[in-house]
Design a protein. Sequence first.
Length: 166
Amino acid sequence: MTASVGAQLFAALVAAGFGGAAAPLTFLYSVKKLPPLHRFAADLFATVAVTLLFLLSAETGSNGRPALYCAVAFLISLLIVRDILSRLAALASEKLAKKLEREDSLLSRLSKAAKRFTAPPSPSQDDGPIPSSSRCNPRRAGKRSVVCRRGKGGKAVPRRRADGWD
């Protein structure tokens, strides 16, 4: 007893849909970091689950009679969806790596900037007067920028009391 073309097409489409749904389960076969007993259990689970999904597709689409065209549609859709998912995972991992690299560089730049702009510890009162060149004394450090004691025109410039030179 042969089924009509429409019924065969429906059965093949149902099998293809179940094959696409079974594709993520096949990633269990590629897990290599598990101990041998756990790998065996994962492979067994994936095999049983994919087989049950194929039998469910045959039950749903072709009234419980698995056909060769249903098996071919199931396997082709399984392989196509698995390939698409693996490419999407690779693309997502690339994007994530680039994003993390950008965030890492941004965080390092921000931490460097934060180190530059944090206030230095204030000197204690026991240290004596604050030198004019200190970062803690920006007003006095900016008033006079001569290195030697001579000012313009060769005149002597008095030492500043802020430096503690008296």
